[in-house]
Design a protein around this ligand. Structure first.
Ligand code: PLP
Length: 354
């Protein structure tokens, strides 16, 4: 039998991931809480207390003073829950319930709408952001949820959240913001993306991406407790009366490492890593456009550039973990582990093979 290596790969050449090395304190906390289950708070009260603290941090980061929600397995689960909650609250409506999002929304919304069997209406983008006119024509009385993305997966764009919220209100739908990746970057920008700056109902914000917590740690936040209650089921064999999470047993490691990472980094550490990422992205974009490649201007620290297929393949063969956008551009995510030295080494290979 061919044995796979028990050594995880290093982050030296990983330019495609939206996850990163956990903060050392987050790694330690994750190890200590491996054998705890926040899904059963009556049996595991210590991690349940930590989860309340994790939510306080996420609420502070996302402008929500009295946060409700929980630490999920990731952004996919949080997005599924937003769709389920909106669908449940819209219950009693006709069978043509739909949710509206831009084409730039994460593919997890396809899983979510498939699971609960509601229609997903995808509208075009302008400049990588939801086209408001298209959203306005797509919504109707059967729209349960409008989704805005704050930091799109491909280009790091932020949808006009306040405008989307207004459109949602106009048809009595709820509005969810997917800040799975962008949530730990956006507090240091001028974007209006959070609960404080827009009348949004729910949010996905993942500690296990830019938040530097260990995987699995996703964040699901709601403004109004009723949205969480709309997800709850009774739990006969547990001491706690009900459960709103999608999974039963959950990762205490994710919860504890979220608190440890936030304690260590919020706000100044996160600000510093945002500033570093922003400068690296600007630098890489300039280097690539200086070489004559068409670059999509980074707004948040993701750089996309049109590069020939052969060059992309050569860089992959040289061990660089890079990915492509749907349009085929080379895409580099400037995560905290992506230092200027790593980008310089990448560019040296880029020049070697171009
Ligand atoms: C990564 C990502 C997701 C999915 O999160 P997982 O933790 O991978 O399940 C959802 N939305 C956006 C915008 C993302 O970047």
């Amino acid at each position: 039998m061919q044995r796979a290596s028990m050594e995880p790969q290093s982050f030296d050449r990983v330019l495609s991931s939206m996850c990163t090395e956990p903060h050392p304190a987050a790694r330690r906390a994750a190890e200590r809480f491996l054998a705890t289950n926040p899904g059963d708070p009556a049996s595991y009260p210590a991690v349940a207390d930590l989860e309340a603290e994790a939510l306080e941090y996420l609420g502070e980061i996302a402008g929500l003073p009295e946060p409700h929600g929980y630490i999920a397995s990731g952004g996919t689960e949080a997005n599924i829950q937003a769709v389920r909650a909106a669908r449940n609250l819209a219950g009693g409506r006709s069978e043509s319930t739909n949710i509206v999002a831009a084409e730039s929304a994460h593919f997890s919304f396809r899983k979510a709408t498939g699971l609960v069997d509601v229609e997903l209406r995808l509208v075009p983008t302008v400049g990588g952001k939801a086209d408001l006119e298209a959203v306005e024509s797509a919504v109707d009385d059967d729209t349960a949820l409008v989704v805005g993305v704050a930091g799109t997966t491909e280009y790091g764009r932020v949808d006009p959240i306040s405008d989307l919220a207004e459109i949602a209100r106009s048809v009595d739908a709820r509005i969810h913001v997917d800040a799975a990746w962008g949530g730990f970057l956006l507090p240091f920008t001028d974007y209006e993306w959070d609960f404080a700056s827009a009348k949004i109902d729910s949010m996905t914000i993942d500690p296990h991406k830019v938040g530097r917590a260990a995987i699995p740690a996703g964040g699901f936040l709601v403004r109004d407790r009723a949205m969480l209650d709309a997800l709850a089921v009774e739990t006969p064999y547990l001491e706690s009366a009900s459960q709103a999470s999608l999974t039963g047993t959950r990762s205490g490691a994710g919860v504890a490492s979220t608190v440890a990472a936030c304690e260590a980094l919020w706000p100044e550490g996160y600000r510093e890593q945002y500033e570093r990422a922003r400068k690296n992205a600007t630098w890489l974009a300039e280097e690539l456009s200086g070489r004559g490649f068409a670059v999509v201007e980074p707004e948040l620290p993701i750089v996309a550039a049109e590069t020939p297929q052969e060059l992309f393949d050569a860089l992959r063969s040289a061990g660089w973990r890079i990915s492509r956008t749907g349009r085929g551009e080379l895409r580099v995510v400037c995560m905290p582990h992506v230092t200027r030295e790593i980008l310089k080494a990448f560019l040296a290979d880029f020049d070697r093979y171009r």
